[in-house]
Design a protein around this ligand. Structure first.
Ligand code: SAJ
Length: 404
């Protein structure tokens, strides 16, 4: 396997292509979006990820090219989006990637699917399509498991699962990943590989839901959930997650639905719904506080943070959008997030300087340094991420701090 064609040059496909090129393979990066391809040809990246510009410069000196015309290769890596549609992974982009591959496919080539899919999708939907080509093929499902913000480190350092349809598929896929993965590689079948990936994200969704439930209970009972979680986590076998305004990103609110659609995943379904309902809960809590502080429809309220999690420019499925939709019916909103450049947001200083109340939705590090005494216009702050500290951020100020 010398030449690899990576299909889909997004958050996963592009770093994968660059790492494979750095590892010595001849790589073709293919995307149907001509704008993306042209940007890459001109040396421009279109999303931020630590270490990506450096890796891009290094890879550019190697054998890598970008195109919107598919090329024959020894191995094809599919890294296209698989949005959720009524509880199932929508495979339309995987199928169109397969159609592209089919036009250049040779006997004995390898196809690797990295996109997240339902546990039965390989066996029931993807492999039968390839079989119909009537050519000898090798196939593996290697779900990507890298977290935005640390994508490159995790692609190299995380343990990797290779779900091959037979021993030869497993072996030739392993040979590719061995070249750039420094951690253990585990061999299994495609269904188990896909199930692992969905289980990982379901574990997160369920545990975040539990933390959110604790936050709701804490409000009723009257204790500080953040302190209580910290103390409970001192127990050697307890790891309670963090509550928050909801769960964003393209994985945790989405992938667990692939289990729910199997019909028996009661705990998973309830957890997804509970996480989804946090947007409403947080908005209602803010509205109740605003009434107490006599805010009106004319009052300006600042939204701190729009990205789905801290210190990244990724806003996919961000709970902030739902909260903005709800709160914009009640107040004049000033939204700020200095990571999100393409939106017409205001600066942090403008948001703080012009608002009567603040709701903090994303735990960007920069918010930890805000000195609220310089903004006497603010009456209260609702911190949904436990970023702000009464003694530090509110020293010498009369602003009231509330937490989720
Ligand atoms: N969140 C909480 N409380 C927590 C942890 C997270 O509310 O205790 C929220 C975050 O604020 C964010 C969302 O959950 O809105 C998801 O963030 P995340 O950092 O937990 O995960 P993702 O979606 O960025 O990436 C996940 C990762 N999966 C796991 O950790 C099991 C990553 O490894 C996967 O590669 C990725 O999903 C994926 O592609 O599936």
């Amino acid at each position: 396997m010398n030449k690899i064609c990576v299909i889909g040059l997004g958050y996963i496909g592009l770093p994968t292509a660059l790492l494979m090129s750095k590892a010595g393979f001849e790589v073709v990066g293919f995307d149907t979006d001509i704008k993306k391809v042209n940007n890459l040809i001109q040396g421009k990246l279109y999303f931020n990820e630590p270490g990506l510009p450096k890796l891009f410069r290094q890879a550019s000196k190697k054998k890598i090219s970008f195109t919107n015309k598919i090329e024959n290769a020894d191995a094809y890596v599919i890294a296209v989006p698989t949005p959720q549609s009524e509880g199932y992974a929508d495979l339309k982009y995987v199928f169109s990637a397969l159609e592209s591959i089919r036009s250049v496919f040779s006997e004995g080539n390898l196809i690797i699917v990295e996109s997240t899919i339902g546990p039965r999708d390989c066996v029931e939907k993807i492999i039968p399509k390839i079989r119909k080509w009537n050519k000898k093929f090798y196939f593996s499902h290697c779900p990507e498991r890298a977290i935005p913000g640390k994508t490159l480190n995790e692609m190299v350092q995380n343990e990797r699962i290779i779900g091959g349809i037979d021993k030869k598929s497993q072996a030739i896929t392993e040979k590719i990943y061995q070249k750039f993965v420094t951690s253990n590689i585990h061999l299994t079948d495609p269904t188990t590989a896909a199930a692992c990936k969905v289980m990982e994200n379901t574990y997160r969704a369920v545990n975040i839901a539990l933390a959110n439930e604790f936050a709701i209970l804490a409000n009723r009972i009257g204790f500080n959930v953040w302190d209580a979680i910290e103390l409970a986590n001192k127990h050697p076998r307890v790891n309670i997650h963090q509550p928050g305004p909801g769960v964003g990103g393209h994985c945790i609110p989405i992938d667990p639905w692939f289990f729910v659609s199997e019909g028996r995943a009661i705990l998973t379904k309830t957890s997804l719904e509970l996480n989804e309902s946090m947007k409403n809960y947080v908005s209602q809590k803010f509205i109740t506080l605003a009434r107490k502080h006599h805010l009106t429809k004319k009052s300006k309220v600042a939204i701190l943070g729009y990205a789905y999690k801290k210190n990244i420019d990724d806003a996919r499925e961000t709970p902030a959008q739902g909260i903005i939709n709800l709160l914009s019916k009640h107040f004049r909103l000033l939204i700020t997030d200095e990571y999100i450049l393409e939106k017409d947001f205001v600066s942090l200083d403008q948001a703080l300087g012009q608002s009567q109340a603040i709701i903090l939705l994303t735990d960007h590090d920069q918010y930890k340094a805000i000195d609220f005494k310089t903004y006497p216009n603010i009456e209260f702050v609702l911190d949904t991420r436990n970023v702000l500290n009464l003694n530090k951020n509110f020293k010498d100020s009369a602003i009231v701090l509330y937490k989720l």
